[in-house]
Design a protein around this ligand. Structure first.
Ligand code: SF4
Length: 473
């Protein structure tokens, strides 16, 4: 596709953007480890890394196991303050040499470049994901976009290699308009790819909330003008710097809603642990709210309240289940209950992806299922909506069930089975809800851990790689 010319906003976009004010934010970010090593971080941050921890990390600088080259280190003041009393948050944000002990993993998890017709756009299903920022206010060590944030060279479909680039408004708008034009001309399906109308865009990265209000508004206006019906903003800013959700941001959203009232906004938020939003007592326990539930950190609670007061905004949380952070049923139970009580849907929990170095973070698939299942015991139906998903190259897949008992009479099912359900096929909607059953392997952290024990493969999660049913071998 030819490079599109500079985006020319419509009068409606222009009128909307003209009303938007940028604001200044002081996130007090510490980037890298140098300031920790030199002792130039604020006094109260100086013990956050011990000198032994810093030495062990920097010993690896410049080697294949370079920790900061794998994923740059970054933390906000807000996150640091919460993390002081939270081992889980410290594990999430602090670099350790463990991260590069085993560098097994995919350079481009989910083979995203296969679905990237335009730089910075991943087009799957009826949804497009765009990279609008290549950083976040802080960096999770387990990040599954480490290749984007660390600007690693990724092999493209044409065999060349280059870091992943950011989406440009003009190119994305041109792609959406052309795709939808062809779909409309062809009875609702794209003539080459068979895909439906592109009606939903997820703004992602990195974190879109690191952009200024005007930049966000340019994206929102352009996407709405291109005919997008729902815009998602994927963000962990409620955990890293909730003060970003200030009056100027909500003014921008309200102006957007006045200009494009038909467009639904979906905030896809990212809390991994209740320590990220709940107040704690000196003994580590949470603080009961006098009117029920638990007390939230004021700035986070206010941001969520403001989002929730707008009927055209949905708020959904999604989180991977990560070793040492939230593979803890009690923490996940509290988190799901409190999020729902405050108007945030529990959307998905994820098994960690097969990123480079994933063995340092990923919980075995069956353990993740067990943790989520245990966490949902005692929750009401509406609190326990979240499913456990694992992203297969073919599409989003649910870990639907793990049996504890042998499946008698089923070869390969002697130790019980795991049932995967394809929730959405990236290429082809009719494959939805097809099922694959494998014999249990409690150590499996990725699909490959089941290659030798496939019992039934209607969803073709294994046969697409030529892996046969175990009974057929
Ligand atoms: S917020 Fe998301 S994109 Fe940003 S570092 Fe964490 S996992 Fe990565």
């Amino acid at each position: 596709m030819a490079k599109a010319a500079k985006h020319i906003p419509s009068d409606r976009e222009r009128a909307f953007i003209a009303q938007v004010e940028n604001a200044k934010y002081d996130r007090q970010i510490i980037t890298g480890l140098k300031k920790f090593m030199e002792g130039t971080v604020p006094q109260d941050m100086q013990g956050f890394y011990t000198s032994d921890e810093l030495q062990a990390i920097t010993d690896l600088d410049g080697t294949l196991r370079d920790i900061q080259a794998r994923m740059p280190v970054k933390i906000t003041r807000h996150y640091f303050e919460q993390a002081q009393s939270s081992p889980a948050m410290q594990t999430l944000i602090k670099a350790t040499p463990n991260e590069t002990f085993d560098l097994d993993g995919a350079q481009d998890p989910g083979k995203q470049m296969t679905y990237s017709p335009v730089e910075g756009l991943i087009h799957k299903y009826e949804l497009g994901l765009i990279y609008v920022a290549s950083t976040c206010s802080a960096h999770c060590r387990f990040c599954y976009r480490e290749e984007l944030i660390a600007k690693k060279e990724i092999e493209r479909e044409d065999g060349t290699s280059a870091p992943k680039g950011l989406a440009q408004i003009s190119e994305i708008v041109a792609y959406i308009v052309e795709h939808n034009r062809l779909v409309a001309q062809n009875d609702g399906r794209h003539p080459q790819t068979g895909r439906e109308r592109l009606r939903e865009i997820l703004m992602s990265g990195g974190d879109p909330m690191v952009l200024g209000n005007k930049n966000l508004a340019q994206w929102l206006g352009a996407l709405a003008q291109a005919g997008i019906e729902a815009i998602r903003i994927g963000t962990k800013e409620l955990a890293f710097f909730p003060q970003r959700f200030d009056a100027s941001f909500f003014d921008m959203l309200d102006h957007f809603h006045s200009a494009y009232p038909q467009v639904n906004l979906r905030m896809m938020v990212h809390f991994n642990h209740p320590d990220e939003f709940l107040k704690k007592m000196p003994d580590g326990s949470y603080v009961d709210h006098p009117e029920g539930g638990l007390e939230w950190i004021e700035s986070t609670r206010e941001a969520v309240k403001q989002l929730g007061s707008r009927s055209w905004i949905n708020i959904d949380n999604q989180s991977p289940i990560i070793k040492g952070i939230n593979n803890d049923p009690d923490a996940l139970r509290i988190m799901q209950r409190e999020l729902k009580r405050n108007g945030i849907e529990n959307h998905y929990f994820f098994c960690g992806r097969d990123i480079v170095g994933h063995k340092a973070f990923n919980v075995p698939i069956e353990e993740a299922w067990h943790v989520l299942n245990e966490s949902q015991k005692g929750l009401s139906g509406v609190e326990a909506h979240a499913r456990l998903s694992i992203t297969h190259y073919k599409g989003k897949t649910e870990v639907a069930a793990v049996t504890n008992e042998p499946m008698l009479g089923v070869p390969g099912g002697e130790n019980g089975v795991v049932i995967f359900k394809l929730l959405r096929s990236a290429a082809d909607a009719p494959d939805r809800c097809k099922v694959t059953i494998v014999g249990r392997n409690p150590n499996a952290i990725w699909f490959s851990g089941y290659d030798d024990r496939v019992i039934y493969d209607e969803a073709e999660l294994f046969s697409m790689y030529g892996i046969k049913l175990a009974a057929a071998e």
